[in-house]
Design a protein around this ligand. Structure first.
Ligand code: HEM
Length: 392
């Protein structure tokens, strides 16, 4: 079966391509170096996620072999980092963010709601998660524009045939973050108080008497930026596209928190912002009469798994009335030891964003076809021209 993840028709409609992949559950793609395998059945992707001893993160989660540190590794290193970072993303910590996110969303909408039209990616979905994470990290709001450029460069490098092209921007990001970390370490060494933010939390956090080095903190923060920004923007833009196709859902959201929640969940399944990530095999794997050699790069196709008819009834339908269990069976946040740490935060951002948009942009419609984000691993919009009705 021919399947090229970079082909224009696959880029334009990855879900449809994922459906075709179902007929070839272990697909080998030779169009890049190294070649890679793709698993697309829900069951196989889940089994691989549950078996990090065979499907290792040790060489990165992109399509190239990279020497990874901190979170992008296997136990016990990964477990150590995850325990430390998890402390910042407890349900309580996330719930505390709610009023701030409500405020940030309202302020962004204040900036353009009165105009009757805007690019909702540029004006809203793109800045929102960057501002939220910048506030959590404790870096100046004026720097959020630079954050965005850096995280985009990192994501682009993961899915690019020439990752070196992005090295200068990635180095710039590292220096910027390192400066913030070192400043907090100096404050601590001199006995002065540290600001109450996520970077300080990571600098001070201890697990079994051990702390993170400055370089470790930089790696973790970078991962939060890279993992949380475009993905959350995509959740919002993808959901908005589906909602403009279904005005009754848009109208129904006001005063129905359960509907907002179900829209977010179904959007994550139907339009998974992360279409897939990679693992590297630590041994030969035999699956569906195919052999994946040791040391191979394997893409776990979350997007395709989320359209698996064995798990989701009528998977090609955007259906917010699926039963609760089915709605939550998607793998949009991965599963197992590396399951997304920002899931609760991004769900919260998504819910607040969609609800306020429904309230403040009545009669929302697309003004032009949206454009897709460029990395093949991701699915979201990088432009979303829209217009709405202005009140009297
Ligand atoms: C809709 C938005 C998001 C989606 C779809 C998403 C998706 C994912 C996925 C699929 C993984 C698993 C990676 C793997 O297979 O190994 C992951 C991991 C991760 N995500 Fe998210 N993410 C989102 C938002 C966020 C946010 C807002 C943050 C933090 C600010 C975040 C932080 C992380 C971290 C730290 C990991 C690594 C966890 C580990 O390796 O132990 N994500 N995310």
């Amino acid at each position: 079966m021919t399947y090229d993840p970079f082909a224009p028709e696959v880029m334009a409609d990855p879900a449809e391509a994922g459906r075709r992949l179902a007929g070839c559950p272990v697909h080998r793609f030779d169009g890049v170096e190294p070649p890679f395998w793709t698993l697309s059945h829900h069951r196989d992707v889940l089994s691989a996620l549950r078996d990090p001893a065979t499907f290792s993160s040790r060489f990165g989660q992109g399509m190239h072999y990279t020497e990874e540190h901190s979170m992008k590794s296997d136990a016990p290193v990964h477990t150590f980092f995850r325990k430390l970072v998890r402390k910042a993303f407890t349900p309580r910590a996330v719930a505390q963010m709610e009023p701030r996110i409500e405020r940030i969303v309202a302020e962004l909408l204040d900036g353009f709601a009165g105009r009757g039209e805007a690019d909702l990616y540029q004006a809203f979905a793109s800045p929102l998660p960057t501002i939220v994470i910048a506030e959590m990290l404790g870096v100046p709001a004026r720097d959020t524009g630079r954050f965005k450029g850096w995280s985009d460069a990192w994501v682009a490098a993961m899915g690019s045939p020439d990752p070196e092209a992005f090295a200068p921007r990635i180095a710039e990001m590292r220096e910027y973050l390192l400066e913030h970390v070192l400043r907090r370490q100096e404050l601590e060494a001199s006995g002065r108080g540290l600001p109450d933010d996520l970077i300080s939390g990571l600098v001070l956090a201890e697990e079994d008497g051990e702390r993170l080095t400055a370089e470790d903190v930089v790696n973790v923060v970078r991962q939060l930026l890279v993992g949380g920004n475009e993905t959350t923007s995509s959740l919002i833009t993808n959901a908005l596209v589906r909602l403009t196709e279904r005005p009754s859902l848009l109208q129904g959201m006001a005063g129905d928190p359960s509907l907002v929640e179900r829209i977010v969940e179904e959007s994550l399944r139907y339009d998974s912002p992360v279409l897939g990530l990679f693992r590297t095999t630590t041994r030969t794997v035999e699956l569906h009469d195919s052999v994946i050699p040791e040391g191979a790069k394997v893409m776990l196709h979350y997007g395709a798994a989320n359209r698996d008819p064995l798990v989701f009834s009528d998977p090609g339908r955007f259906d917010v009335d699926r039963d609760a269990q089915e709605l939550r069976s998607h793998l949009a946040f991965g599963f197992g030891p590396h399951v997304c740490l920002g899931a609760a935060l991004s769900r919260l951002e998504g819910r607040i964003a969609l609800r306020q948009i429904a309230e403040r942009l009545p009669g929302l419609v697309l003004a032009a076809p949206p454009e897709r984000v460029t990395p093949f691993l991701l699915w979201g919009k990088r432009s979303l021209p829209a217009r709405w009705t202005l009140g009297e």
